[in-house]
Design a protein around this ligand. Structure first.
Ligand code: NDP
Length: 450
């Protein structure tokens, strides 16, 4: 990193003290940008990076709600509207007790580049709350969502800011949030939220899009080394939205996912994860993975607090897909995967690999796809949902899936070509950061100092 970039990064870290995940995301992007800033001094002259690292707007608000016992509870809500030069702020809402302003800023910052990579007209934002939907009744989740939206609605709009789901926010929560928005504004503004039910403005394939897209990316990346997913043995961490549909697509393409996880443990099923059972437990019953082996039978086992990546030391694994949460795959895990011949690590989650893990994988020649490229299929299909809402249209599943597949192929190729252009073929981190940055930076130059 040049001295100028490094001092700019120091400034960003100092101005955003106590936000380690945002620091991590900023460090990673700055680490890639040296060559592009050198080649195009106009970006530095217009203080593009100084502006890009400062959100256009950061909202923090109180969310009071009443639980089923009549007690008043208070959570904190966030929305960080990071950058809107390419389109309305776009990015999901995360409901999880670990959510802080720093988490939302890291996710929002990543989202700027991810959204730019899709080639679609969407800016970057992210939001959420430290509310924990786990263990809450539907009525409690509804009251929370209504209170959250009662504050947030004034900042949203189909041309202004368009949230979607993330950890802890799925179809149920989007329904309650959209219902309250509609009620307060007295407008059926479908394009204000994405991830809606298909019966009321949602797009087919949006639910599947992040997981499917991650697998499409993996497929194209493996092809650069003459490999594919047919016959591949795969580890997928997590068992939420991204993980479930990554598993489904791997199976459709002839691979076998032999393990998945939740925050309490790991299921190892050498015959391949039974997706119908997994969905019944996680999506329908909102239960725990520990229930899986007894209901599955055979040789499936549950490893409480297990390390999913360590399975590669005892059984053949070709591809690893971290699809749970940030920093879930560290240098030790990366080294186990690399030593045992894993060909590719593809991030379905946002920033699931630590910087040290990425370093280990790259040094060992393991193909590595960063989340901002590999998991962009979710937000891309959200933009396709907005397109359908705007034209009052509804596409078929096959058409929407083909659009997703094409977008993922373009993202892959644009990362690969950009990496090669900057002299680092196969470096998808560099390719994603630079390709995303250039699109946003050029728009910032065109729109003037705003
Ligand atoms: P969900 O809430 O649907 O699922 C999250 C899953 O991860 C759950 O199975 C959860 O287990 C598990 N999990 C959480 N923490 C850990 C941990 N420390 N170790 C193992 N498992 C853990 O979220 P999503 O699937 O939507 O999101 C997953 C990731 O993908 C996030 O990083 C998100 O930002 C990213 N992403 C999501 C997109 C989307 O469209 N949904 C789009 C792009 C990225 P438990 O049930 O125990 O909590």
């Amino acid at each position: 990193m040049t001295t100028a970039l490094s001092s700019l990064l120091d400034d960003v870290l100092r101005r955003n003290a106590g936000e380690p995940e945002f620091h991590q995301a900023a460090r990673e992007v700055f680490g890639s940008l040296g060559p592009v800033i050198d080649r195009h001094p106009r970006y530095a002259e217009a203080a593009v990076l100084e502006r890009l690292t400062e959100p256009e707007r950061q909202l923090i608000f109180r969310v009071p709600w009443t639980d089923d016992d009549g007690h008043v509870r208070v959570n904190r809500g966030f929305r960080v509207e990071f950058n809107s030069v390419l389109g309305p702020y776009k990015g999901g809402l995360r409901f999880h007790p670990s959510v802080t302003l720093g988490t939302v800023k890291f996710l929002g910052f990543e989202q700027i580049f991810k959204n730019a990579l899709t080639g679609l007209p969407i800016g970057g934002g992210k939001g959420g709350s430290d509310f924990d939907p786990k263990g809450k009744s539907d009525a409690e989740v509804m009251r929370f969502c209504q209170s959250f939206m009662t504050e947030l609605y004034r900042h949203l709009g189909e041309h202004t800011d368009v949230p979607a789901g993330d950890i802890g926010v799925g179809g149920r929560e989007i329904g309650y949030l959209f219902g309250q928005y509609k009620r307060i504004t007295n407008r059926y503004e479908s394009g204000v939220l994405t991830g809606k039910g298909v019966g009321w403005g949602g797009s087919l394939v949006r639910t599947e899009a992040t997981g499917y897209g991650t697998v499409f990316f993996a497929q194209r990346m493996l092809a650069t080394r003459g490999r594919d997913l047919d016959g591949a043995r795969v580890l997928v961490s997590g068992s939420g939205n991204v993980a479930i549909y990554a598993i489904e697509k791997v199976h459709q393409l002839g691979g076998t996912v032999i393990a998945c996880s939740d925050s309490s443990g790991v299921v190892h099923d050498p015959d391949g994860i039974d997706l119908a059972l997994l969905r019944q437990i996680k999506e329908v019953e909102r239960g725990r993975l520990s229930e899986y082996p007894a209901r599955r039978g055979g040789s499936a086992e549950y490893l409480p607090n297990g390390d999913i990546w360590a399975l590669s030391a005892t059984t053949r694994v070709d591809v690893a897909m971290p699809c749970a949460t940030q920093n879930e795959l560290d240098a030790t895990a990366a080294s186990t995967l690399a030593t045992h011949g894993v060909a590719a690590v593809v991030e379905g989650a946002n920033m699931p690999c630590t910087p040290d893990a990425v370093h280990v994988l790259r040094a060992a020649g393991v193909l590595f796809a960063p989340g901002k490229a590999a998991n962009a299929g979710g937000v891309a299909t959200s933009a396709l949902e907005m397109q359908q809402n705007a034209s009052r249209d509804a596409w078929t599943f096959d058409y929407a899936e083909q659009r997703l597949a094409d977008i993922m192929a373009n993202i892959h190729d644009s990362c690969a070509e950009t990496a090669a252009e900057y002299g680092e073929p196969g470096d998808y981190v560099l390719g994603a950061n630079v390709a995303g940055f250039v699109r946003v930076a050029d728009a910032m130059l065109a729109l003037g100092v705003i």
